[in-house]
Structures are given as C-alpha cells and as structure tokens.
Design a binder for this molecule. Structure first.
Ligand code: TXA
Ligand code: MG
Length: 343
C-alpha cells in the first residue's frame, strides 16, 4: 500500500495524484478523501477492478456502490434518463454531499449496481477527489474506505488501520469536512425519497424540489430499507454502544448503575452534558448548539475506544433536526441498545 501525503497545492501533490490515477487506470483500488468521508475508488467500468473493492472491504456483493464523477456530463453515458427533479437537485447541490439514484442504461459494470436497474451518482466537492477524477478520466465506484461494519473513515489513519496491505494506495488529504456520508436520494419516482440521511438535509432538498419523502424504513427499523446497504450492521465500535434518551440526571444514574457493576464506562457527549457529568472517561464531541461539529467528530470518537479500556460506551441522543437526522440514523445503527428514560 502506497501512502501519499497531500499538503497544500505543491508540485509533489500533482505527481502523487497522477501516480494514484495511473494505478486506477491499471484497475487497482485507491483510497482518497472526499468532503464527507474517505472513499475507496476503482474504475466503475471494469468488473475486475470493482470486485477488488468488495474484496478489500469484506463487503456483501448485494450492496451497490456510488459512482463518483467530475461533472454531470460524465453521468450521461450510463443513465437511461435524468428525470427533471434529479436535474434540479444536481444543479442545486452538486458538487456536494448528495447522491442521486437514476435509472441505469446497463453499461456500468454490473457489480457496481449489484444487479439493480438503477445507479447512484455523486460529484464530490474536495480538491483531491476532484483532481483524481480529472486525472484518471474515469467514473470511480467508491464506497466508504472502511472494513465493512466499521465506522466510515474521516482520517487517512482510519483507512490505514482498516485496509493497509489490502489496497494499492491511500491519498492522505487530512480530516474530511462533513464527517458523515452523503444524503442518498432516489430520483426515479414522482417524489424524491431520502434512502439515507446525510450531509444535505431534508429541509435543504425541499427548498429546491418541494415535497420530499423519508424512506419509511428509516423510521421502522424492522422494515427492509430500500438502500441495500442500510440493512447491515454498521459503524460498530469495539465495545457495545448504548444510546441514552433522557435527562442529564437519567444519564448520570445510568453511568452510576453500570459502574457499580464493576464495568468500565466511557461517555460520548456534548460539552453541555459533560459539564454536569461524573464518569471515568468522557469524550466531548461538540456542542448541542452546533450539530455540524457533532457530525465531524462522531466516527473518530466511535473509533477512539479500545475494548481493553471500555466495557460499555454510553452516548447522548441529539435532536433529529437538520443534520441531526443523519447523526441519529448512524448512532441508532451503531447502538446495540437504546435506553429510554420514558420506558
Ligand atoms: O459520502 C458518501 O456517500 C461516501 C463517499 C466515499 O462518497 N460513500 C459512501 O458509500 O458512503 P457507501 O458504499 O458506504 O454507501 C452507499 C450507499 C449504500 O447504502 C448503498 O446501498 C446505497 O448507497 N446505494 C448505492 N447504489 C444504490 C442504488 N442503485 N439504489 C439504492 N441504493 C443504492
Ligand atoms: Mg459505507
């Protein structure tokens, strides 16, 4: 596995990105930063190259990948149509943390779409991702660059921990911006449907296309979600995560109860809750008044606990407004238990 450190726009950067692009043209797999999380990219038009992504991640083959392109023109050779509402969303939010599901014309490698008749596209808004796409002149199939089941990587070191020795290279562009994956929107029907909440909020989408639905499977967890990837174990930390819903007093009594059983507790919470909490280990992940910061720090925090130091991780719940929808979606998936004060 090659490692390239990308600092500000230097001559060496150009060379590193060209080397990475050349490896992609040779059907190898490269990890690169995007504005959401690190992606694991391969030539989306080549079945064997794409197969290497599934292999490196240990990803189930029925879970389709997002195709990353440099601009909207590069989607056209692979889609049957761009429905008008998709067109509006593309204009408004791309490049950016949005993925649109479009009807496929069947020309993209069929392991990218896991045999579906639709294909997911995204135009990343990150200088390194953009230069890589420009340089290799290929659409890149790219899931998040973690081992399947682990939190998505927001730093090159996370990719290194999960995939070193399994992929051709890692472009290290520092910490990613949003910290959570893109919003996935199915644009093949009359009304756009959010299959996965993410960096672009439902409110933002509605300002551009009016009525937007959330996939009902997001609310009812026993329903089979339409984005195939949503059904697997996800974002798992090394110790069980309990998501706590209730007051600061209830949170404290839960910590005390577990500590009395002789177990080591770690807490992941806002600075506001931390100020009134007594616990052995407290990891502050931002302010209740700025959920975008909570999103930025979430996956790094989930990865920071080692099973040797912690028996149970307790995490605060956040309001499901704006990016809070995506934060709570990921935390609910990461959690083995939701502890509700009301019940
Ligand atoms: O921000 C992101 O989207 C990151 C960066 C690297 O771009 N990528 C990412 O990819 O999160 P991945 O593979 O971890 O998640 C892709 C999600 C999965 O839930 C998958 O099931 C869904 O998109 N998806 C892909 N193609 C689809 C399709 N044709 N129909 C429905 N869902 C699809
Ligand atoms: Mg993923």
């Amino acid at each position: 596995t090659r490692l390239w450190k990308i600092e500000d726009n230097t001559q060496e950067n150009q060379i590193a990105i060209q080397e990475a692009a050349e490896l992609i043209r040779q059907q190898e797999v490269i990890a690169f930063p995007t504005e959401t999380v690190y992606g694991l990219g391969a030539n989306a038009t080549n079945h064997q190259a794409v197969a290497k992504i599934f292999e490196a991640k240990g990803r189930p083959s029925d879970n389709p990948l997002i195709v990353h392109v440099a601009n909207r023109e590069q989607m056209k050779p692979y889609v049957a149509a761009v429905p008008p509402l998709a067109d509006k969303l593309i204009h408004a939010f791309m490049p950016g943390p949005l993925t649109v599901i479009l009807p496929s014309n069947g020309t993209i490698a069929n392991n990218v779409t896991a045999g579906l008749s639709t294909v997911a596209f995204r135009i990343p808004d990150h200088p390194v991702a953009k230069q890589l796409l420009e340089s290799c002149q290929l659409p890149l199939a790219a899931p998040s660059a973690n081992r399947s089941g682990k939190p998505s990587p927001t730093k090159a070191s996370h990719v290194y921990d999960d995939l070193y020795g399994k992929i051709a290279g890692i472009l290290d562009g520092g910490t990613t911006g949003v910290g959570l994956e893109s919003t996935v929107v199915d644009c093949t029907g009359e009304i756009p449907i959010v299959l996965r909440p993410g960096g672009i909020t439902k409110e933002q989408l509605e300002q551009v296309v009016g009525n937007v639905m959330l996939d009902p499977a997001l609310a009812e967890q026993h329903d089979k979600p339409k984005a195939p990837g949503m059904k697997y174990t996800h974002y798992e930390p090394e110790a069980p995560l309990w998501l706590i819903r209730g007051t600061a007093d209830f949170f404290q009594s839960t910590v005390d109860r577990i500590e009395r059983e002789g177990k080591k507790v770690a807490v992941m919470c806002s600075e506001q809750l931390a100020a009134s909490l007594q616990a052995d280990q407290i990891k502050v992940i931002g302010s209740q008044h700025d959920l975008t910061q909570i999103a930025v720090h979430l996956y790094d925090a989930l990865r920071s606990f080692k099973k040797t130091d912690v028996d149970i991780i307790l995490c605060e719940s956040f309001p499901q407004t704006g990016v809070g929808e995506a934060i709570m979606n990921r935390l609910t998936k990461a959690a083995s238990v939701v502890v509700d004060e009301e019940k």
